[in-house]
Design a protein around this ligand. Sequence first.
Ligand code: 13P
Length: 251
Amino acid sequence: MRQKLVAGNWKMHGNLIENQVLLGNLRDSLAGMQNMASAICVPFPYLAQAQSVLAGSVVAWGAQNLSEHAKGAYTGEVSASMLQDFGCRYVIVGHSERRALFGETDEVVAAKFMAAIAAGLIPILCVGETLSEREADAAEAVIARQLDAVLKIAGMAGIARSVLAYEPVWAIGTGKTASPEQAQAVHAFIRQKLAAQDADIANRLVIQYGGSVKAANAAELFSQPDIDGGLIGGASLVADEFIAICKAAQS
Ligand code: 13P
């Protein structure tokens, strides 16, 4: 039985004062949660703050990106070992905004995935199709291509140490959630594709759904057999919403 994981992705939001209130609220409100796991992925400058507020609580923390390089002359980049220094458990890899806005190719995403694994971090690998790809009936082909790039260098042993997130690009920040049936169909496709290589690892893999998840739709999404929690953008900035989504992951 897989335990659901609800992870917040704050994206480029927050400041020291507001974070202190939000993180403290989450730490206290989620303390009693059972049979689910939670995490918050904050912007790099706030990792120390997340660590100081959340250390010792049930809420883990992580980053939203990392360099594929271990160290060196890469101005502005942040390495996996730096994230480890701040107690990160998770790091989001290959978010569609990184792919679309910052030119991250499937190969770069795969290299980042490996860098995270090598440092003992758990990559949350995002995959998902754009609206035009869905309309062209290419969703599965796109997701297979994104997965294959990672499988090629990480293998199923790498996948076993990761979390996957299916995030249809057309559902991110748009208020258009994939229907539970649409999301379930893609989650089942991903699990079956991986099961062809290793059924046991595929069966144990946590596959989150992301894209306009809210308190109002979380329970229905999470009731699908292959949806193991969510990667939450906008609603992770609102304590009551995020807490309600975590509660929905308990049942
Ligand atoms: P929203 O929940 O704001 O749609 O964002 C989803 C997302 O991109 C999480 O990584």
